[in-house]
Design a protein around this ligand. Structure first.
Ligand SMILES: Cc1cc2nc3c(=O)[nH]c(=O)nc-3n(C[C@H](O)[C@H](O)[C@H](O)COP(=O)(O)OP(=O)(O)OC[C@H]3O[C@@H](n4cnc5c(N)ncnc54)[C@H](O)[C@@H]3O)c2cc1C
Length: 431
């Protein structure tokens, strides 16, 4: 009987420490108008680096990585329990060395990189001395890599890259881009693309626009134009034509890590909603005593718990099977659920706070927009629902007859064929 929903006491002590450290030291950073990813900002570094050192000394740095890459190799369940605390603050993942997209980028550099690539790019990335950017989406469509046109052509010992990329997060502070470009236009749809490591200061990279998310965010999502950008031949990551496989390697982990952090955000909105309903009186009673408000609390609690259990079970399956492909259905379901749970709970929390809720003095409007970020980044929810449905349907077969297998008249006929004589005997004895 192996079902168990408890955290072992030893790790719970670590989680308690993380919780206190986040509250006391990390979460205040969110209110200082600093950018977590700007490793070139002296003020940010003066505050963040000492906290990162404390985390390293505690053995909690880069917990998404195994010991060979300097992490403790805790596995996904422990990472989930940590990430749901770190997700409360935009500085949390940076202080603990497991922020997106660097976490996924380091995974693929570790997996596909040559020794020289690891030395030059992976080592400083793992130490957060630099940050990186994953540049895949194009203006004409992000959800369909088949329409990508950015090209890379081999010219002697160099690749020459031309095209445009859209919503390349953190490109303005990144030291290098991991960029997908078409190297083999005539190959099959999953063999056209390759992944390149491109130092951000390579001539020919122009930032057309750097966009914020929502009205209050800082610009951080770049529209890039690449004109005759040249990188050495050895800056291909993985094999030629293997871009799709490389991207899938990082996206599996990236999607569930977003979900783990989202739990932290949603719980924060829920806690605030509960505090509010116990604090505000209208028409003679607390909001908490009104049934339509109670419905919002009950629905939110149940939706968060369902989502969290699915995330934790998926994390457990990843630890068990050590294969993201074996959990595609689970990750797809999480990815599709995440924006809905986040949106619905944040929107209820906003509404329960009345006029105050819609102002930037509370985090809810930003959270609602952020829920759409979670619904788009790493592919829109619809695409993941398609994956889930396809995977689910693999376990089913069409019926060969005219009627469904569980057509009741047929089932009744079969039951009578099986038990009819026995029933008749019982009836005869009783008569
Ligand atoms: C905040 C943020 C950060 C991002 N960071 C990065 C990054 O760092 N690097 C990067 O490369 N990209 C990044 N993206 C881009 C992201 O991956 C794309 O937004 C996503 O893949 C969708 O592509 P699109 O925006 O072109 O929308 P489209 O592909 O035009 O899709 C628009 C809408 O059409 C619908 N749709 C699309 N496909 C289907 C389908 N098959 N079935 C049914 N409906 C469908 C969906 O409703 C979808 O939202 C980021 C996006 C956001 C919002």
């Amino acid at each position: 009987m192996a079902w168990d929903f408890e955290t072992d006491p030893e790790f719970q002590l670590e989680l308690d420490w993380i919780d206190g450290f986040m509250t006391e030291e990390v979460e205040p950073l969110d209110y200082l108008d600093l950018e977590p990813y700007d490793v070139r900002c002296p003020k940010r570094n003066a505050l963040v680096k000492p906290l990162q050192q404390i985390v390293k000394e505690r053995g909690l740095w880069a917990c998404h990585l195994g010991p060979e890459l300097g992490g403790p190799g805790y596995g996904q369940v422990k990472l989930a329990l940590m990430n749901e605390i770190l997700g409360r603050s935009k500085f949390g993942p940076i202080v603990f060395g497991c922020q997106a997209p660097d976490s996924g980028n380091s995974e693929i550099l570790a997996h596909y990189g040559t020794a020289a690539q690891k030395e030059r790019y992976l080592k400083p990335l793992l130490n957060n001395d630099i940050v990186s950017c994953f540049s895949m989406t194009e203006v004409q469509g992000g959800a369909d890599p088949k329409v990508f046109t950015t090209s890379a052509v081999l010219d002697g010992d160099e690749w020459v890259i031309n095209g445009e990329k859209w919503f390349s997060s953190h490109a303005h502070v990144a030291s290098f881009l991991l960029l997908m470009a078409v190297t083999d236009p005539d190959a099959g749809e999953y063999r056209r693309l390759s992944t390149f490591i491109i130092p951000a200061d390579t001539p020919g990279i122009e930032m057309v626009r750097n966009m914020p998310v929502g009205h209050h965010g800082k610009p951080g999502h770049a529209w890039l134009r690449l004109t005759n950008v040249r990188v050495p031949k050895d800056h291909l990551l993985g094999e030629r034509g293997g871009g799709f496989v490389v991207a899938q390697t990082r996206l599996g982990g990236g999607r569930i890590h977003h979900a783990m952090r989202t739990i932290g955000q949603v719980r924060r909105a829920f806690d605030m909603m509960c505090e509010r309903v116990l604090s505000r009186t209208t028409q003679g009673t607390l909001l908490a005593e009104k049934q339509m408000v109670q419905e919002k609390i009950a629905d939110s609690w149940a939706e968060i718990e369902q989502f969290r259990l699915l995330v934790l079970r998926t994390a457990w399956k990843i630890d068990k099977y050590k294969d993201y492909l074996a959990v595609r259905k689970d990750i797809g379901a999480i990815k599709a659920l995440m924006p809905k749970v986040f949106h619905d709970v944040a929107a209820r929390a906003l509404h329960i706070h009345g006029s105050l809720g819609v102002t930037p003095d509370m985090p809810f409007a930003e959270q609602v927009i952020e829920s759409f970020h979670m619904g788009l980044a790493d592919g829109p929810a619809e695409v993941h629902k398609v994956t889930v449905a396809r995977q689910v349907l693999r376990d089913y077969e069409a019926t060969s007859g005219k009627f469904p297998t569980r057509y009741i008249p047929h089932l009744r006929e079969a039951a009578i064929a099986k038990y009819g004589r026995l029933l008749a005997e019982i009836e005869a004895k009783a008569a």
